[in-house]
Design a protein around this ligand. Structure first.
Ligand code: FAD
Ligand code: MLT
Ligand code: ZN
Length: 521
């Protein structure tokens, strides 16, 4: 038998995938799902010092919150939706790296309330940070000083899902997993999937232009989001909703809000094009000897799997081993290889898809590029394999401090930075590893150490940005700039472009109340 080493080969038509979700939810009661939800990332990490102090941040020229403001908001939203106590979960970022000192969290229930809040804040010059699921990894979703947290948690409804057009309209605070569940009820799926799906909000995803594991198939959110409703800093509601793929009426302003990380407006609603759920899903988890073989296998996947290729992820040995050490419940089908790839196909004809993926693996094994692996169409096993990939980021922060990078690099130079960084950090780092969205040229370089320390920080930054810039890569492929990368934006953006960003920010938010200290320095 040609694929003796493969452990499983089964075909399941009409497989309905329900991915197990692993993300931490840092804010209380944000999710109603049955998934593994912990209370705070990196249980080993201590509560950080206030970022304003550690990073010597000069507070902007904003007003101080007073009792009258609080009373105003209580009248507007009702007392239950105005929080002044137990705000830690809203003040600390997922990675426990950034900590603000907000004294107020507001939870509006509709667009009008968001508009009224911002109108008041703009008039009073009170700074605001929009917050979704608070799973962001660049410190964008938490206050830096004492900004008011505007939580979108209550805007959580899926307003419509149209089986015929494939268009869904959803409020921005809807948890991604819940949105996907609703879409699946009518045979559609949300074209975005990421490990934080049990906690992150679709509005947070759009605001960060989140990537995830299916960009190779569906492209990014600039393509899938058809329209947005956003509230500007002055409280004006900008209706850019559209239910059509094609709409060339004037400037395509919705794109300004996709990926602007809450600095230009607060997204309250959006429409999204959702593809039909695939009838047949197969996942292969394979072991390879070298990065050269990884590249050959990727080319082969594109060539031979073609239109059914729906994900192509890379995990290196250290990343996998760290996850396996931390989470004993994970079941790795193979071990002992320097590189692993997770390749997924999604199609509409089980026989055809199975034949294709088996052929692809058989060819790879014959050439000696694929050494071992497992392939499965069993929904439970598919889920188990995805769980391994999803736990990788959590493994690295479970007991350590982790410097995380999400960079775009040319594929030929994709992995070299991991080896270079390992050499640079030497024994200062406990783990230096790479994984990520190979199919999109997006590497997650991670450097773990016992706790944050300046010596290793200096080894890693700005080196990683210089290295990326020299290769004409991007210093942020998907997580955004937030607070952590704002001083490094120039490594990936031309000064003229940065000035245009500043001008746009001034035009849409002249008082600078929306998410200050983020993206632009
Ligand atoms: P938050 O973290 O709350 O906010 C992120 C930014 O968006 C902030 O600047 C905030 O101010 C702004 N914002 C939030 N909501 C709104 C709104 N309604 N209007 C305006 N601004 C808003 N990211 C990826 O891209 N790909 C991945 O594969 C991926 N995997 C992850 C896996 C794990 C385990 C974790 C913890 C994170 C992962 N992330 C990934 C990062 C994170 O989940 C994404 O950036 C996600 O899109 C953030 O959504 P959120 O609702 O948590 O937003
Ligand atoms: C991922 O792809 O797992 C996420 O972007 C999170 C990370 O970078 O660790
Ligand atoms: Zn990622």
């Amino acid at each position: 038998m040609r694929f003796q080493q493969l452990l499983q080969m089964r075909r399941y038509a009409s497989a309905t995938l329900r991915r197990s979700v692993t993300a931490t939810t840092p804010t209380p009661a944000t999710t109603t799902t049955t998934t593994t939800v912990r209370t705070m990332a990196g249980s080993g990490a201590a509560i950080p010092e206030l970022t304003q102090i550690t990073d010597n941040v000069q507070r902007g020229n904003y007003a101080e919150l007073n009792d009258k403001d609080v009373a105003h908001f209580e009248k507007l939203l009702g007392k239950n939706h105005v929080l002044t106590e137990d705000l830690e979960g809203y003040n600390i970022c997922f990675l426990k790296r950034i900590r603000g000192n907000s004294k107020l969290v507001l939870k509006p229930g509709n667009t009008e309330e968001v508009a009224a809040i911002l109108r008041h804040c703009n008039e009073r010059k009170l700074a605001v940070v929009p917050q979704g699921g608070n799973t962001g990894l660049v410190g964008g979703s938490v206050p830096i000083c004492d900004e008011i947290v505007l939580s979108l948690q209550r805007l959580n409804k899926v307003l419509s899902v149209d089986e015929v057009t494939g268009i869904a309209v959803v409020e921005s605070g809807c948890i991604l997993e819940n949105f996907d569940q609703r879409a699946r009820e009518v045979g559609l799926t949300v074209p975005l999937d990421l490990g934080a799906k049990a906690s992150c909000h679709i509005g947070g995803n759009v605001s960060t232009n989140a990537g995830g594991v299916r960009v190779v198939r569906y492209g990014n959110l600039h393509g899938s989001v058809l329209g947005v409703e956003a509230v500007l800093a002055n409280g004006q509601v900008l209706d850019l909703m559209s239910n059509f793929k094609k709409d060339n009426t004037g400037y395509h302003m919705k794109h300004l809000f996709i990926g602007s990380e809450g600095t230009l407006g607060v997204i309250t609603k959006l429409s999204m094009l959702c593809p039909h759920t695939s009838k047949s899903v197969n996942v292969a988890f394979i072991g390879l000897n070298s990065f050269d073989d990884v590249l050959k296998t990727f080319v082969s996947a594109k060539r031979n799997l073609g239109e059914i290729l729906s994900s192509c992820e890379l995990i290196d040995e250290r990343a996998l081993n760290t996850a396996l050490e931390q989470f004993k419940f994970l079941n790795a089908p193979i071990s002992g290889y320097p590189f692993y790839m997770l390749i997924e196909t999604s199609g509409s004809n089980g026989d055809h898809d199975e034949e294709k993926i088996n052929q692809f693996i058989g060819d790879g094994m014959e050439k000696g590029e694929i050494l071992d692996g497992t392939v499965t169409g069993d929904p439970g096993k598919v889920q188990e394999i995805w769980k391994i990939r999803e736990m990788v980021p959590l493994g690295l922060i479970e007991k350590s401090f982790c410097f995380k990078y999400d960079i775009s690099l040319p594929l030929r130079d994709f992995y070299s930075i991991v080896d270079v960084m390992r050499e640079r950090c030497g024994p200062l780092a406990t783990v230096v590893c790479g994984y990520g969205h190979l199919g999109d040229s997006n590497l997650h370089l991670n450097v773990s150490c016992e706790e944050f320390n300046d010596a290793i920080y200096k080894k890693v930054e700005p080196f990683v940005y210089e290295y990326t810039s020299k290769l004409k890569g991007s210093i942020s492929a998907e997580h955004g700039i937030g607070f952590l990368k704002k001083d490094y934006l120039h490594y990936s953006k031309d000064p003229v472009a940065i000035n245009w960003m500043r001008d746009m920010k001034k035009m849409l938010d002249p008082n600078g109340i929306l998410n200050p200290y983020k993206v632009l320095n």
